[in-house]
Design a protein around this ligand. Structure first.
Ligand code: NAD
Length: 515
């Protein structure tokens, strides 16, 4: 079993079910939603494979070494099995948990919880096989090897509420490379995280390799980050949380056996920059999908747009027409495009931005501007138009269905591109719409550092594994590109081994001789 070199083929992306009326996938998903919404789930901690329900925190156990000693092909096989289980047996369970727990509609759940989770698992196996086969040159007199060791210690994984795929990948990318993780899932996505954890165990992830520790982030991180064997942080979430974790790591640095790897993907302020040559219908569609799908709760969401004055009336009319057709409500009613935001704190935060816009002479509410939390945390898709391009809703991440528009003078294209570049601390996603190639090449140049994922004539959301590796720099994180080999490289600490066949027997070199 161990003496073969495995090559895993480039995978295909998991096909997306469309849940069209009358389709089997629609019936199966509705059935699972019915079952799951009538069930109360008791979610334990799972540490070293044991379920713990004390309600109190335990010390984090040091997981076993056996996992890293396994041939990596065995680990790959476990990951491929998890992908297959999610693709077939648990597809509706993971989708229903993501719909009910995180408020995603059927399509948003399908592209995240089923397809992207599966794509991460399959593509990472392929990328790992590319990494492991890369070996240094060896001349005739000695042999050079690179041993791709996992990190010496465990990796702390802290996941956000908004993507089931991220919760999965933060752990499985690290575990595939031979490491063990202590996973702190977001409380607001616990249901889907628990389904994932059960699938990992069924796929054969051994006890102690991924340890599931829900609870207070502050309390858990205090214990985890002061452990000498803490070897890495794989984080996705807000900028403020990442900064707090990095500062805690810095304060604990003398305690650690190794310098920890720190990988964090944080907030965004996705922009759509429209050149006067663009098609208004395409622009309006990108704004509505990019801004309001999953209630704007995507780090990549379109949350600010720059539109030439000549085009604004037409874009406004088209966006208004689309918003007039959008229904807001429960995920179990498949006709709702927009659903509830994640919790009351988020609802209050989003409404406070809308209220500040209402109160400012620099801003005008063009569409929406209302919210209702009596039955669920529903915020109407909101478009704000500002006269100050640095108004706070152009700068700060709101993480809700709020899009701010700055209407610019088309003659000031380059100047306004520079304003866009310098407006927000984030640099995650951005898009330019233009039919003029020179114009978007110019945008690419001026906005070079404004986005880690840059789109031409497309909305800034919807990155796919294997196609658009994802991540941004500046305030948006360490840009280690989840869904690609660059991320996997962070979870190994290679050892170079040189073996000399006929070692030298005298210290003298020829240059020392007189003649
Ligand atoms: P969050 O920062 O509030 O929480 C993220 C995780 O950190 C959760 O598990 C939370 O419980 C934990 N946490 C919070 N405070 C902590 C502390 N003091 N110590 C340890 N852990 C702590 O983020 P969120 O609301 O879950 O997610 C939304 C954020 O995530 C947005 O800013 C969004 O842009 C970002 N995000 C970024 C990407 C990306 O790829 N760049 C992807 C998804 C989400």
């Amino acid at each position: 079993m161990n003496n073969s070199v495995f090559r895993f083929a480039v995978p295909e992306n998991e096909p997306v079910h469309d849940f069209a009326p009358g389709s089997p996938s629609r019936a199966l998903l509705k059935q699972e939603l019915e079952r799951m919404s009538g069930t109360v789930v008791d979610i334990p901690l799972i540490i070293g494979g044991r379920e713990i329900r004390t309600g109190k925190l335990t010390n984090v156990v040091m997981p076993s070494d056996h996992w890293s000693a396994l041939s990596w092909v065995e680990r790959a096989s476990v990951m491929l099995k998890a992908a297959e289980l999610l693709s077939k047996r648990y597809r509706y369970a993971i989708n229903a948990a993501t719909m009910l727990g995180q408020g995603k509609n059927a399509y948003q759940a399908e592209i995240d919880a089923a397809c992207e989770v599966i794509d991460f698992l399959r593509y990472n196996v392929y990328y790992a096989s590319q990494i492991y086969k890369d070996q240094p040159n060896s001349p005739l007199d000695h042999l050079n090897r690179l041993e791709y060791r996992p990190l010496e210690g465990f990796v702390f994984t802290v996941s956000p509420f908004n993507f089931t795929a991220i919760s999965s990948n933060l752990n499985t990318a690290v575990a595939l490379m031979g490491n063990t993780t202590v996973w702190k899932p977001a409380t607001t996505s616990l249901l889907s995280s628990y389904v994932l954890m059960q699938v990992f165990m069924e796929a054969g992830v051994p006890p102690g390799v991924i340890n599931f520790v829900p609870g207070s982030g502050r309390m858990i991180s205090e214990i985890v980050l002061s452990h000498p064997m803490f070897a890495g942080l794989h984080f996705t979430g807000s900028n403020a949380t990442f900064n707090a974790l990095w500062q805690a790591i810095a304060a604990n640095l003398p305690k650690y056996r190794s310098y920890p790897r720190i990988v964090g993907e944080t907030g965004g302020k996705g922009f759509v920059f429209v050149h006067a040559s663009a098609d208004p219908q395409e622009v309006a569609t990108a704004l509505v999908r990019g801004g309001f799908e999953y209630q704007g709760q995507k780090c990549s969401a379109a949350s600010r747009a720059y539109i030439p004055a000549s085009m604004w009336p037409e874009v406004q009319r088209l966006v208004g027409g689309m918003l007039g057709r959008i229904k807001v409500g429960d995920v179990r009613d498949f006709s709702n495009f927009v659903n509830a935001v994640i919790d009351e704190a988020s609802f209050t935060n989003i409404m406070s931005y809308i209220d500040r816009a209402k109160a400012s002479p620099d801003a005008q509410i063009v569409f929406g501007g209302t919210g209702d939390k009596s039955k669920g945390y529903f915020v109407q898709p909101t478009v704000i138009k500002v006269t100050n391009p640095k108004f706070l809703t152009m700068e700060e991440e709101i993480f809700g269905p709020v899009l701010t528009i700055y209407v610019y003078d088309a003659a000031k294209y380059e100047e306004t591109l520079r304003v866009c570049d310098q407006t927000s601390p984030y640099a995650l996603t951005g898009a330019v719409f233009s039919k003029d190639r020179y114009a978007y090449v110019e945008a690419c140049r001026i906005l070079r550092y404004a986005a880690g994922n840059f789109y031409i004539n497309d909305k800034p959301t919807g990155a796919m594994v294997g196609m658009q590796p994802f991540g941004g720099a500046r305030g948006s994180g360490t840009n280690d590109k989840a869904g690609g080999p660059l991320n996997l490289l962070r979870w190994i600490s290679p050892r170079t081994i040189k073996e000399t066949f006929a070692p030298a027997r005298d210290f003298e070199y020829p240059f020392l001789r007189e003649a």
